[in-house]
Design a protein around this ligand. Structure first.
Ligand code: GAR
Length: 185
């Protein structure tokens, strides 16, 4: 069973989906970078240990050292990013080479960045989707593990499109993680 940490900044629905899946993992800790993240409520309800590590008032290096210390304590092997909105440094990523996985709400390399859903919707594309990829030192550039399309119909609103993206994320993230974890077991 792989020891993992999940990193989230917001609602944490992907975190909950992972935590309640049949993946052969032990979530040692949920790391959140802000104390108001709804993901914290989910961690409490699901009995997953969590740590709030805020960036305010410290250097990025110190912020990352604080996280690394927590990961070390939990013997964490894999980091699963689930709506984590901070950019990790190359120095941090080197320590978990090909062990950090991210989910992004577009078909990369289109619509990188923090607003993948809104940017695709505003652009007017008819097909977008979801990507699960390894994290490298670029932004949303690491090797792709798996992708799934989402069709934007003429009568979709931003909200209905967003719902479709999330539903696709929940299925794809688990499928991609199974692929990665089975290969490495
Ligand atoms: C998800 O849509 C995820 O793909 C996205 O944040 C959302 C988090 O939702 N991640 C990114 O945009 C990363 N650049 P959640 O907190 O409900 O899981």
């Amino acid at each position: 069973m792989a020891n993992v940490a999940v990193f989230a900044s917001g609602s944490g629905s992907n975190f909950e989906n992972i935590a309640t899946s049949d993946l052969n993992i032990d979530i040692k800790v949920l790391i959140v970078d802000n104390k108001d993240a709804k993901a914290i409520e989910r961690a409490k309800r699901l009995n997953v240990p969590y740590k709030i590590v805020e960036r305010t008032g410290k250097t990025r290096d110190q912020f990352e050292q604080d996280i690394l210390e927590i990961l070390k304590q939990g013997n964490v092997e894999y980091i699963l990013l689930a709506g984590f909105m901070k950019i990790l440094s190359a120095k941090f990523i080197e320590q978990y080479d090909r062990k950090i996985i991210n989910i992004h709400p577009s078909l990369l390399p289109s619509f990188k960045g923090k607003d993948g859903i809104l940017d695709a919707y505003n652009y007017g594309v008819k097909v977008s989707g979801v990507t699960v990829h390894y994290v490298d030192s670029g932004i949303d550039t690491g090797e792709i593990i798996d992708q799934a399309p989402v069709i934007i119909e003429d009568d979709d609103t931003l909200e209905t499109f967003e719902d479709k993206i999330h539903a696709t994320e929940y299925e794809l993230y688990i499928r991609a993680l199974k692929k990665v974890l089975e290969v490495n077991e």
